[in-house]
Design a protein around this ligand. Structure first.
Ligand code: ADE
Length: 427
């Protein structure tokens, strides 16, 4: 990951990030930091980059031209093929959260523009900025500290930055909760003993104690997060009632990357915040497409409203939508239009849910069974799923095309199932 910072105070950012974990990552070249002084791009001899605001008012503004020239010079060193974003740090931006850090960590280059004084001429912001981001509802004297905060939190998500002893754990579903209390030696301090359960050596009891403490702490300190958590638990309970059919949505919750975009009765729209895939399920009612065909106003309204919400939630919008319970393609066109998607495919959902931890022998047996009947890509996909499932305790899920000839009955022994109804994947 390469970070670039356009600022009037490059030393401040360089010094701030040169210590501790980010400092080590920079030294080891796992990340890089390129701080550029906007002042180097001003035309006048005095290095003056600010001027009065048209229309009057207190304070000075940074002019458009030096910022633009600085940006042009900076991006001339970034290959076109690189994924990049240009972030203007401003109290008027979208709030910076862990989800945004995860999303931004997917880029090759991140360019931060730090304002000072009263801000920057709007015209250059319009031309170069992709995201306006704020680190909180308070006003700082400049954008350097917010840029450093963001760089620090994005860096720790980059592979190798945290090293072996600590890791940016995949946030679990329960990661919506605050951390439980932790203790180290001595066992008794100021007359206070470490809770006995932590000395019991009973891993299951410790885990359940920690979860209870997390829930309690979240309820007491962060009512907003506790509510989010309760909504996810409620959604999960509903999905569990429908068994394997919704293993892909439950999987999102278990992996900690599932967000509940909307829930309205049994209508549920979830989002994978890592890959922007959306999943719609409506377990007890008619298939969505039938509902739309019949002019089911509620379902149509649900989608229209949701589209508005998702537009506001992400700049990049919806990449892919998986609709459960759908029987035909009739209304795919309409949905594609609503979501501005480009392709619709009907799939039979196959789910792999490792009920027990399969060993290598199991993978070999699966490959042999499928060898002459399934595409090699499918075999390797399932194999990867099993390995990933083993490593992370997940339930991999894959969708297969209906044309794929697979021995459904035999696959069941490996936890791969055919869904009752086809699913529609719009992408
Ligand atoms: N610049 C000044 N205050 C800021 C804030 N709260 N977030 C991002 N950039 C800022």
């Amino acid at each position: 990951m390469r970070f670039h910072v356009m600022t009037l105070f490059p030393e401040m950012v360089e010094q701030g990030l040169s210590n501790s974990i980010t400092g080590r990552a920079l030294k080891e070249k796992i990340i890089s930091l390129n701080c550029v002084n906007i002042r180097d791009y001003c035309e006048n001899r005095h290095g003056k980059v600010d001027d009065y605001s048209y229309g009057g008012g207190a304070g000075m503004l940074i002019q458009a031209e030096p910022v633009y020239d600085c940006y042009r010079s900076l991006i001339s060193d970034i290959p076109n093929s690189h994924k990049k974003r240009v972030i203007y740090v401003t109290p008027q931006g979208r709030p910076f959260r862990q989800e945004m850090a995860e999303e931004l960590a997917q880029n090759d280059d991140l360019i931060f523009l730090c304002g000072h004084y009263e801000g920057i001429d709007e015209r250059v912001l319009e031309e170069i900025v992709t995201d306006h981001v704020s680190i909180g509802d308070y006003v700082l004297t400049g954008g350097e500290l917010p840029a450093m905060v963001m760089i620090d939190s994005i860096s720790r998500l980059v592979d190798g930055v945290l090293g072996n002893d600590s890791s940016a754990e995949i946030e679990s579903f329960h990661g919506k909760l605050l951390e439980y209390p932790q203790y180290t030696r001595p066992e008794v301090w100021h007359g206070k003993a470490v809770p006995a359960v932590l000395l019991s050596g009973d891993a299951a009891r410790i885990e359940s104690w920690r979860k209870e403490e997390s829930i309690k702490r979240t309820r007491e300190r962060r009512g907003d997060l506790y509510l989010d958590y309760c909504r996810l638990v409620e959604a999960e309970e509903m999905l569990v009632r429908y068994g394997r059919e919704y293993a892909d949505l439950r999987n999102l919750l278990r992996q900690g990357c599932g967000e509940l975009v909307r829930k309205d009765g049994n209508r549920l729209l979830m989002r994978n915040r890592r890959d922007h895939c959306y999943y719609f399920a409506n377990p007890t009612m008619d298939p969505l497409t039938e509902a739309l065909a019949k002019g089911d106003r509620d379902t149509a309204a649900f989608f229209e409203k949701t589209f508005e919400l998702t537009k506001r939630q992400t700049d990049s919008g919806i990449h892919r939508l998986v609709l459960h319970d759908t029987n035909d393609l009739k209304d795919a066109g309409r949905l594609m239009k609503i979501f501005r998607l480009t392709e619709a495919r009907r799939m039979v959902l196959l789910v792999y849910t490792p009920r027990e931890r399969p060993g290598n022998a199991r993978i070999r047996a699966l490959k042999e069974k499928l060898a002459d009947r399934a595409h090699p890509e499918l075999i390797s996909f399932i194999e990867q799923g099993i390995v990933a499932g083993l490593k992370e305790g997940m339930m991999p899920v894959c969708y297969l095309n209906e044309e794929e000839r697979f021995p459904a009955k035999e696959l069941e022994t490996f936890g791969i199932y055919r869904t009752k109804r086809p699913v529609l994947v719009l992408s």
